[in-house]
Design a protein around this ligand. Structure first.
Ligand code: GTP
Length: 337
């Protein structure tokens, strides 16, 4: 099975972390997010995949010089300009020579245990041109909402409806099975959104199907969700990996609650860290209280800081004794908002 993985977005909601590192190269308990995503695809029979790259593509190819991730053979397709979701999928599929194959296409920032094998089964038995994995959410208003009939045929594709107008709470989970005919709909060389253009056209022709799939599903595109997916690999939800790396240095009297400390990071004496991620090589000096904080690699939080809901980007220095809440460091420059 072949897959196309979308990893070319700017990841604006995860700035400042993504000012230097593309979202899917951010660490999820010591391993880049892309490795977790590819490992999930490999479990359902994917042996070859293409990364649809745009923003900071070299970080991916440099990290995997032998051309494999989690045992899956990788191709790298760099768009000349952002082509949006369908444009990027079709471009990458053509670059990798997948255009005449059935492909699985996924958003590279979704961490999920959904049963892709069941999705493929419906796709094949229905003779679908495209099949979407659906996930249930409490508030569908931020997503593409997808009502289906008893056979699984998509009745409508409603992008971001007002909460009380959504006909169902099953939303587009960002995983698709696509036939060559679906890829062929996408005109080369221009921006095309799969959600706003390709899927509505397929619905109108009755060739788009979808399957409701329970199971773990988190879109890691925002800081709180990114933290949650990482924590879930340590707290038994998806794994029991050590939250504090053996190669980290943590003072004996530091208190850590639901906190991840990666290799080479240092946490000083008397610190109290709650729901916090200290990335590789970052330092938190003594006497700090951090709650809902992410400190990116190479940064230092000076002694005695009190930070709540703060994201510290790469290579920053937070002045000793600083108190801050609800902010990004550095602040995001206005010209790139
Ligand atoms: P935000 O700016 O925070 O919304 O993040 P994003 O840029 O990643 O956008 P979004 O989360 O909506 O994108 C969903 C998936 O598609 C992510 O895996 C992105 O990397 C990817 N993506 C979005 N736009 C493009 C594009 O134009 N080209 C490519 N190759 N990938 C894209």
């Amino acid at each position: 099975m072949k897959a196309v993985i979308l990893v070319g977005g700017f990841g604006t909601r995860l700035r400042p972390l993504t000012l230097t590192t593309p979202k899917q190269m951010l660490p999820v308990v010591g391993r880049p997010m892309i490795e977790r995503v590819v490992a999930g695809l490999a479990r359902h029979g994917v042996t070859e995949a293409v990364l649809a790259l745009g923003y900071r593509p070299d970080q991916f190819s440099d990290a995997y010089p032998d051309g494999t991730i989690a045992g899956v053979e990788m191709h790298y397709a760099v768009e000349p300009e952002p082509l949006d979701t369908a444009g990027a999928i079709a471009f990458a599929a053509r670059e990798a020579g997948f255009e005449n194959e059935t492909v699985i296409a996924v958003n590279g920032d979704i961490l999920t245990d959904q049963d892709l094998t069941a999705l493929l089964e419906l796709h094949r038995s229905a003779g679908a041109e495209g099949t979407i994995a659906l996930s249930p959410v409490d508030d569908p208003s931020r997503f593409g909402v997808v009502p289906i009939d008893a056979d699984g045929r998509v009745e409508a594709f409603i992008e971001k409806p007002p909460k009380d107008e959504a006909p169902t709470n099953w939303i587009n989970a960002g995983t698709y099975v696509l036939e060559p005919a679906a890829l062929a709909r996408v005109e080369a060389g221009r921006k095309v959104s799969i959600e706003r253009e390709t899927f509505p056209a397929m619905v109108a022709e009755g060739v788009l199907f979808a399957k409701q799939l329970d199971g773990y599903w988190v879109d890691a595109g925002k800081p709180d969700a990114y933290f949650e997916v990482a924590l879930d690999y340590t707290n038994g939800v998806r794994g029991e990996e050590p939250a504090v790396s053996d190669a980290a240095t943590v003072a004996a009297d530091a208190t850590l609650v639901d906190t991840i400390v990666e290799a080479g990071a240092t946490v000083g004496a008397g610190c109290s860290l709650t729901r916090t991620m200290i990335q590789a090589g970052a330092t938190v000096e003594h006497g700090c209280t951090l709650t809902d904080v992410i400190v990116a690699r190479g940064s230092t939080v000076g002694a005695g800081c009190d930070l709540t809901t703060v994201v510290v980007g790469e290579d920053q220095w937070v002045t000793p004794g600083a108190t801050a809440s609800n902010m990004n460091l550095p602040e995001i420059p206005k010209h790139i908002k």
